[in-house]
Design a protein around this ligand. Structure first.
Ligand code: ACO
Length: 379
């Protein structure tokens, strides 16, 4: 059989048609189900956006109420799982969420079933809001380590539950900002994490296992792991050393965390929206304004070199800055991404399963053949 050349990083290789998210990397535009992210950011809520991603249309008031009830059911299911997770010794919040997902397979059946040759997608769509609620509850516990956080906020909005778990002095303005942040993070097409989840789901594994794979892929610093790295970088460098830091990193041909994107060759529209929010919050927050000033200086110096390569700040750069200004510790930042993106991951998995084919690419063999085996003693 003839093979084409391998395509490094599967760059620009399509694996499906989608109706979920459209990204114009040249113009810097992002659409969920046809709606511009700017419009959703200005007018929607995370709950509505999650519904839109999963079900393909904006919800009616009745749809939204039902959707929330199913999410709350997921939060209630999580209570038993949290009890089990709290008895284990775990390293960090993401491990707690992943272990929670695995333990939750006892309580939530999300294995795909068939009608004839077709996966019964309706069943998966019906369980998706419950899984979303479960992940939200696990995340709230994982970042706060407060065993009562979910029970005390069982019917709080998604942004409020997250805010109470993350921010010691959670105020209305923080809830509002988190709601916006959750909207911009909710989906981004076939990112590495969505792809990892899709690979697992394509074997007809449980949706919970697919989400666990997505989180593992997200943790790497080339993907969502950049969020924590940016936060730590902003904490570590004094404002007056920012220029020197950027010059040294770039001179050593190292990557600056929070810059660059596989698809965007211009300013990431999500980063633009979050930068504006960070500016507003920093203006009213003397104590934590420092992070904002450093981020502005870092962007300014980095773009002197990187703009020519069409490398700009990405969503993680401004999300990390915004979260730092709100007082969210670097190690608790990536869980925010998980909290939001679970909606997009579920939407992509279920869309793929509508026309499922196991994802099974090939590697082109370039090694020797016909070698003779020699026994251990004679080697
Ligand atoms: N700092 C410095 N230079 C960069 C950066 C960066 N952050 N990103 C890309 N470049 C340069 C590369 O060095 C390369 O230059 P060259 O052509 O002179 O060798 C060129 O831009 C292309 O970069 P690639 O790494 O080949 O682009 P790719 O599409 O494979 O990678 C990625 C995209 C992984 C996001 C990359 O930009 C990167 O590593 N960024 C830093 C990590 C990061 O912020 N990740 C979060 C991404 S957003 C998200 O996942 C939600």
């Amino acid at each position: 059989m003839e093979f084409r050349e391998p395509i490094p990083g599967l760059e620009n290789v399509p694996i499906k048609y989608t109706k979920i998210t459209y990204i114009d990397g040249e113009k810097g535009e992002l659409y969920y189900r046809g709606y511009n992210i700017v419009d959703l950011f200005n007018n929607s809520t995370y709950e509505e956006t999650a519904y839109l991603l999963l079900f393909g249309k904006l919800p009616s008031p009745h749809d939204l109420e039902k959707f929330k009830e199913h999410m709350f059911e997921g939060r209630r299911t999580a209570l038993e799982v949290i009890e089990e997770v709290s008895r284990l010794s775990t390293e960090n919040a993401l491990d707690r969420i992943k272990i929670g997902l695995i333990l939750a397979t006892k309580y939530v059946d999300s294995w795909p079933r068939f009608r004839g040759k077709q996966v019964v997608v309706d069943e998966l769509l019906a369980v998706a809001p419950k899984i979303l609620g479960l992940v939200h509850a696990l995340t709230a516990y994982a970042v706060s380590l407060d065993p009562n956080i979910v029970e005390e906020n069982l019917e709080a909005s998604c942004a409020e539950l997250l805010c109470k778990a993350l921010v010691s002095d959670c105020m209305q303005k923080h809830i509002h900002i988190l709601d916006k942040l959750l909207i911009v993070y909710a989906d981004h097409g076939l990112s590495a994490s969505a792809f990892a989840a899709t690979v697992v789901a394509s074997t007809l594994s449980s949706l919970l296992y697919a989400l666990e794979a997505a989180i593992s892929a997200l943790q790497g610093p080339l993907h969502g792991g950049a969020l924590e790295k940016v936060a730590r970088m902003l904490e570590a460098i004094p404002l007056e050393k920012v220029e020197e830091y950027v010059s040294r990193k770039l001179a050593q041909k190292e990557k600056l965390m929070g810059f660059g994107h596989r698809v965007y060759k211009t300013y990431d529209p999500r980063a633009k929206l979050l930068k504006r929010l960070a500016a507003k919050l920093a203006l009213n927050n003397n104590g934590l304004r420092e992070a904002y000033l450093k981020a502005i200086a870092l962007e300014l110096h980095a773009l002197k070199t990187l703009a020519a390569k069409r490398v700009y700040p990405n969503v993680d750069f401004w999300a990390a800055t915004l979260l730092l200004i709100m007082g969210v510790r670097p190690e608790n930042q990536l869980p925010v991404f998980v909290y939001s993106r679970t909606a997009g991951w579920l939407a992509h998995i279920i869309e793929y399963l509508e026309n499922n084919k196991i994802l099974r690419p090939r590697a082109i063999y370039r090694g020797p053949l016909g070698l003779k085996y020699r026994p251990l003693e004679s080697r």
